[in-house]
Ligand binder design. Structure first.
Ligand code: FAD
Length: 416
């Protein structure tokens, strides 16, 4: 291999985020000469801000219903079998020496230090210890396939800087929160090497509402049972927290549901407090002498109770016993099947991940090698796969990063 103006590597990893760092560790541990080219000033900027700075690096449990793809669920299942949650936990605790804690109530795993920096720093250190070279501030601008390898065109410290590689790992992430360096440029790099793209959209994203009454509830949070609907068909339903914001709604319930709204134009229906009509009936009957505003605010915050009673045209001071059937019929749909007015979303600036991307069908599921371009491997968020809130997106990055790293190392040593 011949260098044009920079380092020569068996394996070049484009992008030093969660997936790219994991790929670098496993490629280098498998005796490949590895170079990571990270476009921003430092690796893993998204890891640093993840989980509110605590880094929710894994879920406590996971199954296929926690992931969305338009690709084959069998392929997904197969990929998840390559590295189990228990094995990944052991890797972080034993190999990276990061003690973890399980938050069973939230079904999330965090570093015991509650420091995302520790996770980022240990991943970078482990890649270096295994022998990988890491170049930060090296932005890749083009990838060219040549016989026997690739020319990786780029800029380092604002100067043109090209590198040759025999094997390439594309780990450039999605396009959410572009200021972290993942600005979607990697999708064009994949396209340049023959890949198609499933239409992209901001996912795990806060939703907007132009209804000023909801803006006044900013900061209020409550549990809801949500349904995403296409007409009357329920696409998904779950129970989690909703948070009102100055522009609309956020919180785990909305971030999880947003995917259906943004991609499929679904409507969102919520049961406040997660209660069904039968449960409200029992609550009202058991406490029939109480005022209805008190009954409602025993289940969710008072400011929301006041808004819903106003919409039902009811006075909060009424006793449950005074409600006549017509008033009950007006109130119940507002409590148990409230259609949230949604007028858009906060976009990639606030989205946690990018939906869509490179189809899973365009890689070999045993190795993550591109079917379009031999010797190219892909991993992480660049794929048309997203997980829900709760550590599932890092889980995807770790699993695919490791597999791409191991496969790329094996390829770099294979004759011919
Ligand atoms: C605010 C926020 C909080 C989050 N919290 C969590 C959480 O707690 N748990 C969880 O599971 N998930 C969380 N996520 C999602 C998670 O961060 C991502 O799914 C994950 O980082 C994806 O890993 P990746 O390596 O594929 O991409 P990234 O981590 O985005 O890494 C891609 C890297 O490639 C680099 N790059 C891109 N283009 C180029 C180029 N042309 N040349 C060189 N380098 C390039 C980028 O600078 C970046 O460093 C969060 C996301 C956000 C935005």
């Amino acid at each position: 291999m011949r260098s044009r103006s920079g380092p020569v590597s068996d394996v070049v990893v484009v992008g030093g985020g969660a997936a790219g760092l994991m790929a670098a560790i496993f490629a280098a541990q498998n005796h490949a000469r590895v170079t990571v080219l990270e476009g921003s000033r430092a690796c893993g900027l998204k890891i640093l801000i993840s989980g509110g700075g605590r880094c929710n690096l894994l879920p406590t449990a996971s199954d296929m219903s926690d992931f969305f793809t338009s690709g084959s669920r069998n392929v997904l299942r197969r990929l998840f079998r390559t590295w189990t949650l228990e094995e990944i936990t052991e890797f972080f605790e034993r190999d990276l020496e990061i003690p973890l804690i399980r938050d069973e109530a939230q079904a999330k795993v965090f570093p015991k230090s509650e420091s995302a920096r520790v996770v980022r720093d240990r991943l970078v250190a482990a890649a270096r210890e295994a022998g990988a070279e890491i170049h930060e501030g090296h932005r890749v601008t083009g990838l060219e396939r040549h016989e026997g390898g690739f020319v990786v065109r780029g800029r380092r410290d604002e100067r043109p800087h090209d590198v040759e590689a025999s094997v390439l790992i594309l780990a450039s992430g999605g396009q959410s929160l572009p200021k972290t360096g993942s600005d979607g440029a990697g999708f064009a790099l994949a396209q340049g090497l023959g890949h198609s793209l499933i239409e992209r959209h901001p996912a795990l994203v806060p939703l907007c509402s132009t209804d000023p009454a909801f803006h006044e509830l900013a900061g209020v949070s409550t549990r809801v049972r949500w349904q995403a609907l296409a007409g009357e068909k329920v696409l998904e339903e779950r129970e989690r927290e909703l948070l009102f914001t100055h522009r609309g709604y956020s919180g785990p319930a909305i971030l999880d549901a947003s995917h259906w709204v943004v991609r499929d134009g679904a409507t969102l229906r919520v049961a406040w407090g997660g209660l069904s009509e039968a449960e409200w009936q029992r609550h009202f009957t058991a406490e029939s002498r109480k005022r209805i505003d008190v009954l409602l605010s025993e289940v969710f915050p008072r400011r929301l109770a006041e808004l819903l009673l106003e919409r039902a045209g009811l006075k909060g001071r009424m006793r449950a016993t005074q409600l006549h059937p017509g008033q009950w019929r007006r109130l119940m749909p507002l409590l148990t099947a409230f259609e949230l007015p949604v007028d858009g979303n906060e976009g990639y600036r606030k989205a946690e991940v990018t939906g869509g991307g490179v189809p899973l069908s365009e890689v070999n599921p045993s190795t993550l090698e591109s079917r379009q371009t031999p010797d190219l491997f892909l991993c992480g968020e660049i794929f048309d796969v997203i997980g829900r809130i709760g550590g599932f997106n890092f889980l995807w990055a770790w699993i695919t990063g490791r597999l791409a790293g191991e496969s790329a190392a094996a390829r770099s040593k294979a004759p011919g």
